[in-house]
Design a protein around this ligand. Structure first.
Ligand code: 6R9
Length: 647
C-alpha cells in the first residue's frame, strides 16, 4: 500500500484551484479544447487575438500542429511591457551569486525592460533580424534572461547552450542552426570555480561549420582576462551603451519560432527542439501559475539552469509572463557548504521552491543538521522535476525540508512538451510519494503495449499522449521529418514520450524512466549514441557501447564498454584518459562513471549490439540476462560478466 497525503485543507482554502475546479476544467479541456484554450489565451496580451485556436493532425500523411495560428503577439512584451504599469518597481529577477559573500541584488521589471530594449536595439544594429539564430552561452546571471528576451523582442530565435558544455558541443549546436551571433560572458562561477566561457566559445569557433558566426558579445562578469578577437568580439557593455531604453517589438505570428533548445535522443546528434511563440508562452505561463499556485507576493525559486528547458519555462518565460519574482542562483547546492539552498531560502524568504531529485538525494545524504539549522518558515510549496523521485527522497523533502507543512508537486514533462504535463495541483489532488499523479488541463496520457494497443485500468506500458497541447514542440530545427519519425511513427496517431509508466488503481501516473537509449544523469538527458561517438573518436578506440545503470545520487550513471584497436593495451591510465576525453568532447555531465574493457561486444548475428544484456551486466544482475540465444558469440557475455567493474 502506498501512502496518500490528502490535500491540506488549510492550503486548499487559499488555493487557486480546488478539487472540483480541477475535475470540471479538466473535463472541459479535453471535451472542448477549442473553447478551453480560447478562454485561456486571454491571459496573454495579443496584438491580434487568435480566432483559430487549434489545428492539429497527427496523421502521418497530413501532419500539422498549429495553435492560435492567426494570433499575433510578442513574448518579451508579455513578460515585460505589460508588467510595467502595475509592477514596474517589483522585483522580476532576484540574483543570488555563487558566493554568499558577493552581493545579491534585485532587477525590477522596469530595469529588466530597459536592459532588454537596449540589447534588442544593439542586436538590430549588429544586423540581427527576425528569424536569425542567436546562441546564448551564459552563466546564471540576469543578463542570460536579458539575452533571451532581447532575441524574443526582435524575433530572433535563441538557442541557449548550457554553460557546462564543452567547445565541441557548442560548435555542433552553432553549426546545426547557423547562428549569426553568440552572447557569452568572460567566465562563469560555480562553487568557487571559474568556468572559461569565452575561451570555450573561442575554441568552438575554431571548429568546422561555425563560419556563420559574425559577432560574439561578451558580458564582463568576473573580470577575468579573455582574448578579444576584433572585429568579431565585442564587449556587451560597449554595444548596449547609448542604445535607447525602448525598442519597437517585432509583431510575431503565434506560430513563429521563439527558440531552439538542443536535447539528446536515442540516435545521432542532439535534436534542435523548436518551440513557437503563442502556444509555448501561454502554456508556460498557465502551468506556472496553476502548478505553483502563484500569488502576487510569492518569491519563487527554481534551481535549474537557463540552459535547460526548466530554466526557459520556469525561470524566464512562465514567471515573467505572470509578473512573478523569480530568484536566479548562479551557484551550487554544496557551496560553501551543504546548507546553501536553505540559507538562500531564508535570506530571500523564498515561498515556492522547485528543484531536482538528484539535488535532494545528495543533500539527504548529509543528514538533517544542515537543513534543521535554518528556518525555512517562508516556504509554502515544494516542487520536483527532471527524473522520477524515489519515495524515500520525497519523504525527506516533505518532512525535513518542508517540515511536513508544504505540499510537493512532482512535475513530469520534457523539453519537447514545453511545460508541465503530469503533476499534482496542491489544492486539488492528494499526493503519493513518487507519483506525478494526474494530467494537467488538456493533457491526455495513455499507456500502450509494444504493439501500440492502448491499455486500460491499472497497468504498465509506454507513455503516449493522445492529443496536442499548446506548448508542444513544433519541429526539429532543420529536419521536420526527423520530428515526425521520432515522436509520431512509433505508435501512430499519438505522441510517444520515450518514457515508461505505470498507472495505479486511482488513475495516478508513476513514471518509471526512459525506455529508449537516453540516460537521465542527475536530471540531464544524455544520448548513449553521443557518448559512444565521443569514445570512438579517440584514436585508440575501435568500438564502444554505453548504457545507463542505477546510481544512488544521480538516478542513473553512465557505464561504457570499450573495445580497443588491435595492438592497444588496456590499463588504468587509459581509463582515465578516455574518461577525460569524453568530458572534453561533450562536457562534464557526460563523464562515464564506469569504463569496462570489452574484448568483444555482445551482438546479434546481424551485428546489432544487444544493449539489453549490457544493461543487465552494468546493473550487476548477470542472472537476469534473459535470452542470449540470438548472440553471434555467447562467450563474449561470460567474459564481460566475469570482468565486470565492481561498484
Ligand atoms: C523537464 C525536463 C525529460 C525526461 C522525461 C523523463 C524525465 C522529467 C520527471 C521525469 C519522472 C518527473 N522526467 N521530469 N521523470 N518524474 N517528474 O526534465 O525535461 O530534460 O527534456 O527531460 O526527464 O524521463 O522524458 P528534459
Amino acid at each position: 500500500m502506498t501512502d496518500l497525503y490528502p490535500v491540506d485543507p488549510a492550503f486548499a482554502s487559499q488555493a487557486r484551484i480546488s478539487g472540483e475546479d480541477y475535475q470540471r476544467d479538466y473535463q472541459t479541456s479535453v471535451r472542448d479544447p477549442e473553447a478551453f484554450w480560447k478562454q485561456a489565451a486571454q491571459r496573454l496580451d495579443w496584438y491580434k487575438a487568435p480566432t483559430r485556436i487549434k489545428n492539429v493532425s497527427y496523421d502521418l500523411d497530413d501532419f500539422r500542429i498549429r495553435w492560435f495560428e492567426d494570433g499575433e503577439l510578442n513574448a518579451s512584451v508579455n513578460c515585460l511591457d505589460r508588467q510595467l504599469e502595475k509592477r514596474g518597481d517589483k522585483t522580476a529577477l532576484l540574483f543570488e551569486p555563487d558566493s554568499p559573500d558577493a552581493a545579491s541584488y534585485p532587477v525590477t521589471y522596469r530595469e529588466l525592460y530597459e536592459r532588454t530594449c537596449r540589447l534588442a536595439n544593439a542586436l538590430r544594429a549588429l544586423g540581427v533580424q527576425k528569424g536569425d539564430r542567436v546562441t546564448i552561452y551564459m552563466p546564471m546571471i540576469p543578463d542570460a534572461a536579458v539575452a533571451m528576451l532581447a532575441c524574443a523582442r526582435i524575433g530572433a530565435i535563441h538557442s541557449v547552450v548550457f554553460g557546462g558544455f564543452a567547445p565541441n558541443s557548442i560548435a555542433d549546436r552553432v553549426a546545426d542552426c547557423g547562428s549569426k551571433l553568440i552572447i557569452t560572458a568572460d567566465e562563469g562561477l560555480r562553487g568557487g570555480r571559474k568556468i572559461p566561457l569565452k575561451a570555450n566559445v573561442d575554441a568552438a569557433l575554431k571548429l568546422p561549420g561555425t563560419n556563420s558566426v559574425e559577432t560574439v558579445l561578451v558580458v564582463r562578469h568576473t573580470g577575468g582576462a579573455v582574448d578579444m578577437q576584433m572585429p568579431r568580439d565585442r564587449w556587451f557593455d560597449a554595444v548596449v551603451e547609448g542604445q535607447p531604453a525602448e525598442c519597437e517589438p517585432e509583431r510575431m505570428n503565434a506560430e513563429d519560432p521563439l527558440f531552439i533548445l538542443y536535447t539528446s535522443g536515442s540516435t545521432g546528434k542532439p535534436k534542435g527542439v523548436l518551440h513557437t511563440t503563442g502556444g509555448y508562452l501561454l502554456y508556460a505561463a498557465y502551468t506556472h501559475e496553476a502548478v505553483f499556485d502563484l500569488r502576487e507576493d510569492d518569491v519563487y525559486w527554481c534551481t535549474a539552469d537557463v540552459g535547460w528547458v526548466t530554466g526557459h519555462s520556469y525561470i524566464v518565460y512562465g514567471p515573467l509572463a505572470n509578473g512573478a519574482t523569480a530568484l536566479m542562483f548562479e551557484g551550487v547546492p554544496n557551496y560553501p557548504d551543504m546548507s546553501r539552498f536553505w540559507q538562500v531560502i531564508d535570506k530571500h524568504q523564498v515561498t515556492l521552491f522547485y528543484t531536482a531529485p538528484t539535488a535532494i538525494r545528495a543533500l539527504m545524504r548529509e543528514g538533517e543538521e544542515p537543513v534543521k539549522k535554518t528556518s525555512r518558515k517562508s516556504l509554502r510549496l515544494l516542487g520536483s522535476v527532471g527524473e522520477p523521485i524515489n519515495p524515500e527522497a520525497w519523504r525527506w523533502y516533505y518532512e525535513v525540508v518542508g517540515d511536513s507543512r508544504c505540499p510537493i508537486v512532482d512535475t513530469w514533462w520534457q523539453t519537447e512538451t514545453g511545460g508541465i504535463m503530469i503533476t499534482p495541483l496542491a489544492g486539488a489532488i492528494a499526493l503519493k510519494p513518487g507519483s506525478a499523479t494526474l494530467p494537467f488541463y488538456g493533457v491526455q496520457p495513455a499507456l500502450v503495449d509494444a504493439n501500440g494497443e492502448v491499455l486500460e485500468g491499472a497497468t504498465e506500458g509506454n507513455l503516449v499522449l493522445l492529443d496536442s497541447w499548446p506548448g508542444q514542440m513544433r519541429s526539429v530545427y532543420g529536419d521536420h521529418q526527423r520530428f515526425i519519425d521520432t515522436y509520431f511513427r512509433t505508435y501512430p496517431g499519438t505522441y510517444f514520450t520515450g518514457d515508461g509508466c505505470r498507472r495505479d488503481e486511482d488513475g495516478y501516473y508513476w513514471i518509471t524512466g526512459r525506455v529508449d537509449d537516453v540516460i537521465n544523469v542527475s536530471g540531464h538527458r544524455i544520448g548513449t549514441a553521443e557518448v559512444e561517438s565521443a569514445l570512438v573518436a579517440h584514436p585508440k578506440v575501435a568500438e564502444a557501447a554505453v548504457v545507463g545503470f542505477p546510481h544512488d545520487i544521480k538516478g542513473q550513471g553512465i557505464y561504457a564498454y570499450v573495445t580497443l584497436k588491435a595492438g592497444e593495451a588496456p590499463g588504468d591510465d587509459l581509463v582515465k584518459e578516455l574518461v577525460a576525453w569524453v568530458r572534453k568532447e561533450i562536457g562534464p555531465i557526460a563523464t562515464p562513471d564506469h569504463l569496462q574493457w570489452a574484448p568483444g561486444l555482445p551482438k546479434t548475428r546481424s551485428g546489432k549490439i544487444m544493449r539489453r544484456i549490457l544493461r543487465k551486466i552494468a546493473e550487476n544482475a548477470p542472472d537476469q540476462l534473459g535470452d542470449t540465444s540470438t548472440l553471434a558469440d555467447p562467450g563474449v557475455v561470460d567474459s564481460l560478466v566475469s570482468e565486470r567493474k565492481v561498484k
